[in-house]
Write a protein of this length. Structure first.
Length: 209
């Protein structure tokens, strides 16, 4: 193996681990992730839904998380209503053509969002114009807003009810952490609504150890 390439790979992995360790050691951030998860559980119990959006890699993350909720995560159970606002090419091109790229997500929220829903906007910079417009639309419709951003938070920091800021300014590291956080939220929702309960799981894990 090429030594330079090997060292480069190791550095990438180490950096990724460092960001995740920073999240693990940040009590405030961990509490925020828990709070968002509890809000999501509450809205599902009321019959509401989660919508997600982002651009590029963040669009892929939005689709990934929506897929975990609608299909399944750890085990078989009924699907949970979730929409990635990044997937319908006819809707996206119609809005882009008629209203502009900045209205890509806000128009869909105006059409499909109702009070009590949750919108998760994903942007590593926190400044994606179409996500900002979506958050503004959510405020008008009393939709709960969650941001997944990088360390600075950008404009989204002031617009979100909950802004989860990954402690990094490097796009790949932020995106890796975003999908980790998305997985954590999905697993908490699934277990709380359909599972055995967290105390049962923790007791079982303690016996195994």
């Amino acid at each position: 193996m090429n030594k330079s390439i090997n060292e480069f790979m190791l550095k990438q992995i180490e950096q990724s681990i460092e960001v995740k360790q920073s999240i693990l050691n940040n009590k405030e951030l961990m509490n925020l992730i828990e709070e968002v998860s509890v809000k999501a559980i509450e809205l599902y119990e009321k019959g509401n839904k989660i919508m997600l959006a982002g651009n590029g890699g963040s669009a892929a993350d939005a689709q990934h998380i929506a897929g975990e909720l609608v299909s399944r995560f750890y085990f078989d159970r009924p699907g949970l209503p979730s929409l990635a606002l990044t997937t319908d090419s006819s809707i996206l091109t119609a809005i882009g053509n008629d209203y502009g790229y900045e209205r890509l997500f806000s128009r869909q929220i105006q059409a499909n969002g109702i009070a009590g829903d949750m919108f998760i906007g994903i942007s590593t910079s926190g400044n994606s114009a179409n996500v900002i417009k979506a958050l503004e639309e959510c405020k008008d419709k009393n939709i709960i807003t969650v941001g997944l951003t990088g360390a600075h938070g950008g404009k989204m920091d002031e617009l979100c009810d909950y802004c989860i800021k990954v402690p990094s300014i490097e796009t790949p590291r932020i995106q890796e952490a975003h999908i980790l956080i998305g997985h954590i939220i999905c697993s908490i929702i699934e277990e709380a609504i359909f599972g055995q309960g967290f105390n049962t799981l923790l007791a079982a894990a303690s016996k195994e150890n």
